[in-house]
Design a protein around this ligand. Structure first.
Ligand SMILES: Cc1cc2nc3c(=O)[nH]c(=O)nc-3n(C[C@H](O)[C@H](O)[C@H](O)COP(=O)(O)OP(=O)(O)OC[C@H]3O[C@@H](n4cnc5c(N)ncnc54)[C@H](O)[C@@H]3O)c2cc1C
Length: 351
């Protein structure tokens, strides 16, 4: 059987790319090994202004509207709400953060993203003040992936299987288990570091842990951001996360991460002394050394592609880059240079 694209991985990257390619009438098969992935673990937060210096994410003006449009359209198509708009309260932790917040509030280019200083909600300790952010919210990634998997299955475009690289025949044409794809696109998340064709790319993976908690004291109706974050989910439940570890790159939950998340929560919400932790999940972010995605065609095997490297901001970035990738595959437009893997020197490729 001939198909246009064999796509490996059904995380957020593979799912949204498959959706984009199917909208363009391409014949697609998605293969995923069915293990828990970073996208299912992720909080799905979209936060236009991040970091201690409160700077806008690069290319925000294109990424944000595209992401909002995509999640709205998917919500309409499947009759569900995948993206929840929710204002975020940035708890200012020291005088430096307060000073930066004051400067940003005076800058007109930030006025779409900040509503101004506000008072701390009941139960929140914020002696340096609170900055209210706008255009923030979170994607229910797990629900979206599950819905898209069902959709792909209904179109015979999904297979639960683990791809072995040695099963791929490259010459004279691609062949994998009796299938003749014109192209293979790898969307393997962090597992790309084992991919023989793309492992040369400088990934900089980061493990993250997240807790699902239940609490008797009332929760605010806002996302709280205090270095870590809290997302209220309703019915006294909330998520808090996420840790960031570039050293222990495994998917084992640790007591140290749990203790650190609960300690920083207690510092801001003193009433949350002993929330009931009903869930503790771990994932590995496919982050990259230069903080830009890894997208493009293999320099020696032009029928092999990668769509990966979305780091800690997959929810914001993937919808826009999925459309750029599809344009590139269909030879409608070249890739933006910043994400194109041609930015890495070919001489570094292994023989
Ligand atoms: C703790 C944590 C919190 C996060 N919070 C946020 C957040 O708030 N906001 C945000 O935007 N991002 C967040 N992220 C980042 C986000 O998860 C990633 O940007 C995004 O999920 C990456 O998606 P992906 O599809 O590239 O990778 P993944 O979700 O890891 O998907 C890759 C898929 O490929 C499959 N696969 C790999 N190899 C094979 C093979 N050989 N055969 C078959 N299948 C294979 C895997 O099983 C997996 O299903 C967070 C990540 C973590 C870990």
């Amino acid at each position: 059987m001939q198909i246009d694209v064999l796509l490996i991985g059904q995380g957020l990257a593979g799912s949204l790319l498959a959706w984009e390619l199917l909208q363009r009438q391409l014949r697609v098969l998605v293969v995923d090994n069915g293990t828990e992935n970073a996208s299912q673990v992720a909080a799905g937060l979209i936060n236009p202004v991040t970091g201690q210096r409160l700077v806008t994410q690069s290319d925000l003006e294109t990424l944000l509207p595209t992401a909002m449009h995509a999640y709205r359209q998917l919500g309409i198509k499947f009759g569900q709400t995948f993206y929840t708009d929710m204002p975020m309260l940035k708890i200012l932790r020291n005088d430096q953060e307060r000073g930066i917040a004051e400067r940003r509030l005076a800058q007109s280019e930030y006025c779409d993203y900040f509503a101004g200083f506000t008072s701390a909600p009941a139960g929140v300790y914020a002696p340096r003040g609170v900055l209210q952010q706008r255009q923030t919210g979170y994607l229910r990634t797990e629900a979206l992936l599950s819905q898209l998997r069902e959709f792909l299955q209904s179109k015979n475009c999904y297979r639960c299987d683990s791809l072995q690289y040695s099963d791929i025949r490259l010459e004279p044409t691609l062949l994998w288990r009796g299938l003749s794809p014109l192209n293979i696109v790898f969307c393997e998340g962090f597992q790309a570091i084992a991919n023989p064709w793309f492992k040369y790319l400088p990934f900089q993976l980061a493990k993250g842990e997240i807790l699902g908690c239940e609490s008797a004291p009332e929760l605010p109706d806002y996302i709280l951001n205090y270095g870590h974050w809290l997302i209220p989910l309703g019915a006294n439940r909330f998520k808090t996360g996420a840790t960031f570890d570039r050293v222990q790159l495994n998917t084992l939950p640790t007591e140290a991460a749990k203790a650190s998340l609960l300690a920083s929560l207690r510092a801001v919400c003193p009433q949350q002394q002993t929330p009931d932790v009903y869930e503790h999940r771990v994932g590995i972010r496919p982050a990259t050394l230069d903080k830009q995605p890894f997208i493009g065609r293999h320099p020696r095997y032009p029928q092999l592609y990668i769509f990966n490297g979305f780091g800690a901001k997959g929810s914001l970035a993937i919808p826009w880059y999925a459309a750029r990738f599809a344009d590139y595959l269909q030879q409608i437009a070249d890739l933006p240079h910043r994400c194109d893997i041609r930015r890495f020197d070919e001489t570094h490729f292994p023989a």
